[in-house]
Design a protein. Sequence first.
Length: 137
Amino acid sequence: MQEKSVIVRTIEAAGGVYAPGHVGELTQIVDFALVDAVLEETGTRERRLRLLPSRVVVYFVLALGLFEHDSHRTVWGKLVAGLEGLALVRPSVSSLSRARRRVGVAPLRRLFETLAGPVAARHQAGAFYRVVLRLNS
């Protein structure tokens, strides 16, 4: 008999067709609830059901930053790669551009203001350039 190891974890997922991911790993860093709160705060949440919801557009723009040398279509493919088997919209480049204009910069600016900062603690050796730690000898 083969031995198996099983790792189980619980992940809170967004509802709707994009529930399983939005660049899967990206939602682990930028929580969808935070994105929703920022969209609400900035007044940029869609008012009607759209094929490209504002939350997905925010993740798309973040993905464009991660894959800066890729085309819009390639980045969209990476964004929805984990959602194979679902009936997803395949937006044109112009639709993606219009969606980016519709959402605007306000939610991304607010996300940056909320999340920007050092990941390491100040006293962590090697985390900051030219910071010298003085150890008590």
